[in-house]
Design a protein around this ligand. Structure first.
Ligand code: AMP
Length: 323
């Protein structure tokens, strides 16, 4: 059961926001945080604004606690529609706060069936932020791995296709996710898989600042993010998402993080050595099909320029063949 930290309850009384958002999908970023009048809350319109007031929502249960706050399952009283409400408290540290604004910025703009939708964002003068998200009733792929067990090849082909479609959408809009891993991929009971958690994502304006490349969960980071000089010819950031997808798929197939034995968490130094100096993980000939093994090899090329792109992988037999 999730452990819930005692927090002051959010009880926001909000003015009605603009009902329609006629902005182009990818407008220039708004200056954030937005200035707020005292004693009021501010709602920022999103591409899929469905919730106008937080007071319309009733909390049903806690879904989880991230490093940035608490996620609740909520229901809109008027429509009985279920959502996930991510609440970030104003007293979080500045790094977390920066990540939240980054996530808000991206979620407000994205519009893809492969990316979790945002139905409202609310900010309070106290600094509390609440994001109303599409509810994914089966949780994360990480949750499923630990409750149901490892995934079959055909499920993984289906997952790969959906995540690649999500990455194709993001990459074509110049967004690098930078933290693809099982716990950032949400699933619903229709087995739809959607990319979530954009806290360390990046909207690429120019080239990637090498100093900015070292963010995300380091276990899933690509060799060029540790060592751009050796592995990152023409480093653009996008290939890093493909490496993380490859590791994610191997983990879902074998049941543990591929760079360490089951039940062990590697320390930072051994992880960096394994990623930069070791052989990339591969699948055993005896268990996995040729297509699956080849697909993983295309994702886990150590040199970023040799790694396949999203579009190339979308036409790989592993994802195109019916199973
Ligand atoms: P996060 O703070 O984003 O890491 O989320 C913490 C946990 O809340 C996740 O591990 C999920 O179990 C759950 N969660 C987050 N977003 C959603 C969502 N949109 N639908 C269902 N569960 C979610």
């Amino acid at each position: 059961m999730a452990v819930v930290r005692k927090r002051p309850q959010l009880n926001l009384h909000l003015p009605l926001p603009e009902t329609t958002d006629r902005r182009p999908r990818f407008p220039p970023p708004l200056p954030l945080p937005l200035p707020l009048p005292p004693n009021s809350s501010h709602s920022t319109a999103t591409n899929h604004q469905e919730v106008d007031r937080l007071s319309d929502l009733e909390k049903l249960q806690v879904l989880g606690n991230g490093n940035s706050g608490t996620v609740y399952k909520v229901r809109q009283k008027r429509t009985l529609q279920t959502y996930a409400l991510k609440v970030i408290h104003g007293d979080c540290d500045t790094t977390v706060r920066r990540q939240i604004f980054r996530e808000m910025e991206i979620l407000r703009r994205t519009d893809s069936p492969y990316v979790v939708r945002c139905h409202g964002i609310f900010e309070k003068p106290s600094g509390d932020i609440a994001m109303v998200l599409e509810y994914m009733d089966s949780g994360t792929l990480d949750n499923l791995l630990h409750t149901i067990g490892t995934f079959s090849e055909s499920s993984l082909a289906n997952i790969s296709r959906q995540v690649l479609n999500g990455l194709n959408y993001l990459h074509s809009h110049k967004i690098v996710h930078r933290d693809i891993k099982p716990s950032n991929l949400l699933v619903n009971s229709k087995m739809e898989v959607k990319i979530a958690d954009f806290g360390v994502s990046k909207i690429m304006c120019r080239t990637l600042d090498p100093c900015d490349s070292y963010v995300g969960t380091c276990a899933y980071m690509s060799p060029e993010r540790f060592d751009p000089d050796t592995y990152g010819a023409n480093y653009n950031g996008y290939a890093g998402d493909i490496w993380s997808l490859g590791l994610t798929l191997v983990e879902l197939y074998v049941g543990h993080f591929p760079f360490s034995p089951p039940g062990q968490k590697p320390d930072w130094a051994s992880l960096m050595c394994a990623i930069c100096f070791g052989e990339p993980p591969s699948l055993q000939e005896s268990s996995a099909s040729v297509e699956f093994r080849d697909f993983i090899q295309c994702c886990l090329q150590k040199e970023s320029s040799k790694r396949w792109t999203v579009l190339q992988l979308l036409s790989h037999p592993f994802v195109t063949q019916d199973r």
